[in-house]
Design a protein around this ligand. Structure first.
Ligand SMILES: [Zn+2]
Ligand SMILES: [Zn+2]
Length: 338
């Protein structure tokens, strides 16, 4: 594999529960796109090739497609070292996306860093195709990192998702015939070191403000850095651990699920303080303190349509000069280009 440095791909960006786009929302996108296309010179007589060129060249990915409905899963490559951040329903898509590579190389190896085990961060696991590939042919081998103080270990939680009668394949079958798994724990302040092609990969684990023991991760490799911080909120002040994770990184992936009004319950809304999620003004404060080059929002509220997700990201108005974009399925970023 080429030397890509730290490269990130988003496979699931939704929080709480999968939220597929509605037919009505697709219809609205088509109507808006046709309106703009006619203004910009396309006509009913334009050829399919002309229309395709206009769509690809003019509309942003989430304007011609969607932000996406799968829950949290992010692929990180540090050159050839694969790291998976959370196993939401996006994990199934990640597995499909890496299938030709898996078949060609007769297996896939990597590390999974789990923020916590709320459903929206684990539900892709039973449907991960690499989990079910026969060991006699493929060497799919992963090291899982999860919290120490959960009522159940990560291993128990993953097994539990596949206990009869809620899933047709029992986890014992997978352990006997499929993925090779190794489990390790994280704690606040732990540093994980992995061997990389151009030196060590350093991963700092810090505990975040959330109703369950939840970790954010800072990954440093070959002079580049990123932070992955989903499911956190102010309690009520700036969280120093969050600042440590985000400080000066090339790419800061952060949740920003609600608007400030939704979070605080203004205007007759249900108050969401204590639910473990953030709002743009708080993220802006964090950005002002830490100066990441690029901020990518994730864990979008399932009640937010694509326009709302874009709007919430645009409300992270910071003095640090950091660029802010909404995360969407299929988005690929390199730290070297942030
Ligand atoms: Zn979540
Ligand atoms: Zn959570």
């Amino acid at each position: 594999m080429s030397e890509c440095g730290i490269q990130i791909k988003f496979w699931g960006v939704r929080g709480s529960i999968p939220a597929p786009i509605s037919s009505e929302a697709i219809g609205n996108k088509i109507i808006r796109a046709i309106g703009v296309a006619f203004e910009e010179g396309l006509s009913p007589r334009s050829t399919e090739a002309q229309i395709r060129a206009w769509v690809d060249g003019t509309l942003l990915s989430y304007q011609r497609g969607t932000i996406g409905g799968n829950t949290t899963c992010v692929e990180v490559l540090c050159d050839d070292q694969l790291i998976i951040l959370d196993m939401g329903t996006g994990l199934r898509c990640l597995g499909v996306g890496l299938m030709s590579q898996t078949i060609q190389n007769k297996g896939l190896q990597g590390v999974i860093l789990q923020s916590h085990v709320h459903w929206d961060h684990i539900q892709g696991y039973p449907f991960w195709p690499q989990l079910h590939m026969p060991r006699t042919i493929f060497k799919n081998e992963f090291q899982f990192f999860g919290g120490k103080e959960w009522d159940k270990s990560l291993e128990e939680v993953l097994r539990g998702q596949m206990d009869a009668p809620v899933f047709p394949v029992n986890h014992r079958e997978v352990e006997a015939t499929g993925l090779q798994m190794y489990f390790d724990s994280v704690y606040d302040g732990k540093v994980i070191t992995l061997p990389g092609k151009r030196g060590d990969i350093r991963i700092l684990c810090r505990k975040l403000n959330h109703p369950q023991e939840t970790y954010g991760y800072r990954i440093e490799y070959a002079g580049e850095s990123m932070a992955f911080c989903t499911d956190h909120e102010p309690y009520p002040a700036l969280d120093r651990k969050l600042l440590e994770l985000a400080n000066g990184v090339d790419i800061f992936i952060t949740e920003c699920q609600y608007s400030k009004d939704e979070y605080s319950g203004h205007g007759g809304k249900i108050q969401k303080i204590g639910w473990g999620h953030s709002y743009p003004e708080y993220i802006a404060e964090v950005v002002d303190e830490t100066h990441p080059k690029l901020v990518v929002t994730t864990h979008h509220d399932p009640a937010s349509d694509d326009e709302r997700v874009v709007q919430i990201a645009s409300q992270i108005i910071n003095k640090a000069g950091s660029v802010v974009i909404p995360g969407y399925e299929g988005l690929v970023l390199k730290c070297s280009e942030a």
